[in-house]
Design a protein around this ligand. Structure first.
Ligand code: RB5
Length: 141
């Protein structure tokens, strides 16, 4: 699966661990986040990841300190459905009910091990077609 990943300065370490995990598990990863701890602006990365995800019908992961700012940014791109997840069940339901195509994480909110687990859960959960009417409404908003 092709996965675009973007992050701000709060999340470089978490991003690196997730990239390592994804590559180990055979995914094609495109890193478009910052690789430094110098301050940057999360909207630049949320927008770029979401644009690529929609254009290429791929999946995305966006990470900032809380996951809030970068998910707001990603969701401004038409066709992006970014879900800020913090517990296993949120990562499952984001896929099953919302057909989320972007996982948002908060690097200052959860441990790296938990973030990697949420990535795994998110990528392995499947959208349930019975929710497609609502997702279509989201796409046409
Ligand atoms: C950066 O200090 C912080 O505001 C950002 O990473 C994020 O948490 C915003 O939502």
């Amino acid at each position: 699966m092709k996965i675009f990943i973007g992050n701000d300065h709060t999340a470089t370490e978490m991003k690196n661990k997730i990239v390592e995990y994804l590559k180990t598990n055979g995914h094609e990863v495109v890193n478009i986040g910052t690789n430094s701890n110098d301050s940057v602006d999360y909207p630049d990365f949320g927008k770029e990841v979401a644009t690529k995800v929609v254009e290429e019908k791929a999946m995305g992961i966006v990470i900032c300190g809380t996951g809030i700012g970068i998910s707001i940014s990603a969701n401004k791109v038409k066709g992006a459905r970014a879900a800020l997840c913090y517990e296993d069940q949120t990562a499952i339901l984001a896929r099953e009910h919302n057909d989320a195509n972007i996982l948002a994480l908060g690097a200052r909110m959860i441990a790296i091990e938990k973030a990697v687990r949420l990535v795994d859960i998110f990528l392995n959960a499947k959208f349930e077609e019975r929710h497609s009417c609502r997702v279509n409404k989201l796409n046409n908003q």
